[in-house]
Design a protein around this ligand. Structure first.
Ligand SMILES: [Ca+2]
Length: 306
């Protein structure tokens, strides 16, 4: 009798552990989404924007352009370049998603720190359009300028948005957050403004996103000739200033698939240090990069076949 009670207890414990694990990996968010991308910066944003736009369960209500003006290798018009490329992508997909210009540079250092852009005001508008108790999902794939500026202009949206972002690094063993990666340093004012806010944040750090690698030969073979958009995605890789790489992380896409396919990830709740907001963040701590990699081609082909 005692043995069966013990076995029953163990079974229950196992069940609870599994349930707890499932609960831990679940990323809850409203499918009403503003996507904010520094599309012209690298290669990965294009793949991520396409994946988000063709995700059938999502409703992308606006596609914002972000700058990377702080970088040493920026173009003179980084935000505008992203904006134009966003329009090219929606054009290829024949989608009427509104494209909004974001900040042309990082937030100001003092006074009215906000960059007053169409993208920032779009986030505010869409946040207030949400039903009572619902939060707009904001996915940021670059500098956080547009999101932080929206919050600076209208602090009431802290209760109306949830932020999902690729950025920072995190050492899960030593519990140390790093903020010297590209997306952090493009706007440290914006990063600290959001860390010190109550906006819920879910973050995929660059060291985790790195686990999804695309192979150039396979990417070209699967995409080239499928559609002008497939050609564009391959040409972007070839023509980028470091286009000679045979494999590369498609960073931003990892966040999109972490959200759409949470069974491929694990998450960890992190309490940031006092100098980084002293707040809770959901960190994506592991991904199944191979599943994500293959999913992109399968879903792109399925979308074109429709
Ligand atoms: Ca990006």
């Amino acid at each position: 009798m005692r043995t069966s009670i013990a076995i029953f207890a163990l079974l229950c414990a196992g069940l609870l552990t599994n349930e707890a694990a499932a609960e831990e990996t679940k990323l809850a968010f409203n499918p009403t989404i503003v996507l904010d991308a520094d599309t012209a910066n690298e290669i990965d944003d294009l793949y991520a924007v396409v994946a988000a736009l063709i995700e059938p369960s999502w409703n992308v209500v606006a596609l914002n352009a972000a700058h990377w003006q702080t970088s040493h290798w920026t173009s003179p018009t980084s935000m505008e370049d992203s904006h134009r490329l966003n329009q090219v992508l929606t054009g290829h997909l024949q989608m009427q998603v509104p494209t909004k210009r974001g900040a042309p540079a990082r937030m100001y250092d003092w006074g009215d720190q906000a960059q007053h852009s169409a993208a920032a005001y779009e986030i505010i508008k869409q946040a207030h359009n949400m039903a009572e108790g619902e939060r707009l999902t904001v996915i940021a794939l670059g500098a956080l300028t547009n999101v932080a500026s929206a919050l600076f202009i209208d602090s009431s949206i802290a209760d109306k948005i949830s932020l999902f972002w690729l950025g920072s690094s995190y050492d899960f063993e030593k519990e140390i957050m790093g903020t010297t990666d590209f997306n952090c340093i493009m706007d440290t004012q914006a990063l600290h403004y959001l860390l010190n806010s109550s906006v819920p944040m879910t973050v995929i750090p660059v060291n985790v996103a790195y686990d999804m690698q695309f192979d150039y030969a396979e990417t070209a073979q699967r995409l080239k000739g499928t559609h002008p958009l497939g050609d564009l995605l391959v040409d972007r890789w070839t023509n980028h200033m470091d286009g000679s790489r045979q494999a590369r992380a498609i960073w931003d896409l990892a966040l999109i698939y972490a959200m759409s396919d949470p069974e491929w990830i694990e998450t960890t709740q992190v309490r940031t240090s006092k100098d980084y907001g002293d707040r809770d963040i959901t960190y994506i701590s592991q991904i199944d990069g191979e599943q994500m990699y293959q999913a992109f081609f399968d879903r792109f082909e399925a979308y074109l076949a429709k």
